[in-house]
Design a protein around this ligand. Sequence first.
Ligand SMILES: [Zn+2]
Length: 564
Amino acid sequence: MYDLVIRNGTIVDGSGLPSFKADVAVNGNRIARIGRIPEKGRKEIDADGKVVSPGFIDPHTHFDAQLLWDGFAKPALSHGVTTIVPGNCSLSLAPLKAEYRMKLVGMFNQIEEMPLKAFKEGVVWDWETFSEYITRIRKGLAINVAPLVGHSVLRLWVMGEAAMQRTATPDEISAMQDVLRECLDAGAIGLSTSYVDMDEKLQPVPSRYADAEEVDALASVLGEYGRILQIVPEFYDPDLTIARLDQLAEISLKYAIPTTFSPLFVNADNTAAVDRVMRRVDEQFARGARVWPQVQTRPIDISFSFAVPSLLFMRLPSWYGIMRFGTPEQIMDAFRDPENRAKLIKESAPYETLWPNLRLRQVQTKANQKYVGKTLAEIAKARGTTPVDVMIDLSLEESLDAHFMAANMGHNSDERVGHLLKHPRVHIGASDGGAHILSFSTYGDTGYLFSHFVRDLNAMSIEAAVKKITSDTASIWGIPDRGLLQQGYVADIVLFDPATIARGEEKYVKDVPGDGSRYVRDALGVDTVIVGGGIAWTAAKGYQETRGEVLPGEKQDTRPLVAA
Ligand SMILES: [Zn+2]
C-alpha cells in the first residue's frame, strides 16, 4: 500500500527525454516507484489524458513579504509552481535589525511596487536574524522556498546608515562574510545584489555602494558552500551588461559557483545588443564559467493609475516626482494647475507613440464606464482632445482611481523570444512574482510557455519546456532532489492537460492586507499540484495541504562521500 498513486498519466519527467505512460507511487514525501503499480494507494488520482511532470521552479520572485501572510504564495502554486526563490535583486526581509524595518519597507515599495499598508497591516515583525525569519515563514508553508540573502540588507545589518553612503572597510567586509555564513547555514540558497535599483528617496540602494573587493569577498563565502550569486546588471545598456557578465564569469571561475543575471529582454530595437550579450555568454560558458541569463516568457504589459507610483514613468521626472512624493491632493493639484499641466504634457513628448495606444482598464464613475476597454486615441477623438489630456482628465474625474494599461510594450517577438527561451544557456525566470502587484500579473508565465511556445508556435517540445522550468532550474540553483520525476526524488508533482494549459486573463482582486489590490491570473488546464507528497492544490477543491520546505535547508553534512 502506497500513500498516493497517480495512475495512467503521461510522464514528462523533467529530463527532456520523450514522454511515456506509467503510474507514479509516492510514500511520505518521496517518489517510491514509477511504472505499472498493482498495489493500491491510500489516495489515488486518475491522470488519464494528463501530463504528470515535476513541479515548476520559479527562480526570480519577491514573495518575501507575501509568505508572511500566505504560505501558498497564491496564485503561483495553483499554476504548478512548487518552489520559489525570493530575496532577489539585493532585497530580502532578513537579516534585518528592528531600526531598519521601515527603510526596507520603503525599498520594497519603491523597487518592487509593493504597498506600504500591506507591510503595516499584514506583517508581525518578530524576527531579526535570517534563521528567525526562516522559522517564521515555515509556519503554514505550502510552497517550497529557496531564499536568497539580499546584499543591500546584509550591508544595512553590518554598516547601518553608512551602508547607504560608502564602500566598506576590511573589518566590515569580514563582518558581512560572517553574517552571510550564518544565513547560508540557516538555509539561504545564495546571495543577490543589484547594480541599478534606487531606494524610496531615489538614491542608490546599499549594494550599489559596494566595491569589487566586497563583492569578491562575499562570493568567496558562496564558494565555501557552492551557492549561487544573482545580480541585476545595468540591463538597459549592453556594454555595461557585458562588463557585468565578465565580472560574474571571473567570480564563477574563481570560486566555482553558478551566477545568474536578470532580466534580459529582447525588443525590436535591441536584437543586435541581445545577440552580443548572448555571444559573450557563450564565450564565458566555453571558458567554464556559469553566467546564466534569465529570460521571461511573457511580453511586457504594464498597468497603472496615478494613485500609486509606477516605474513606467521613471524616465519622466516631473511625472514620477509627483507620483512618488505627492499626496493624492497634490497630484490632482498638479494636474489642475494650467502651468504645471503644460509642463507635464511637454515632458511626455518622448513617449508620444505610447499614449494613444494605452487602454482604459477600469474607472469608478458611471459616466466613464463607456470608455472602458477603449484606447486613449479613441477616447480623445470622442472628446475632441489629445490622448495625454484624456489620461489627465480621466484621472481627475476619477479622483486618480482610473486605471490604464500599456499592452505588449516589448519582449513580444515570438521568433526572437522563442529562440532565446530554447537556448541551452538561457534560464527561464525573471517572473518577479509577489512584486509589481498593480503593474502586471506574472502568474501563469509557465502556462504561457506551454500555450504559446509549445502548443501555438511549436517552438519547443513539451519535454523541452518542462525540462527548462524543472530540472534545469534545480541544477542551476543547486536545489537538491527536485526537478525530476524519479525514484527517490521529492514528490513535487504537477498534473496538467497539455491541450488546455494556459494563463487566464489578468484580473483585479482585493486580497492584499491593508485593503490592497493586485492583478492576478487563474491557472487554466492545471489539475493537481503536489508538494512533498501532499495535495497542495486541486482545480476542484483549491488550496489544501501545507508541506512546503525551506531549501536547501539548514547546514547539512558536507563531508565528502569518499575520504580524500
Ligand atoms: Zn526582481
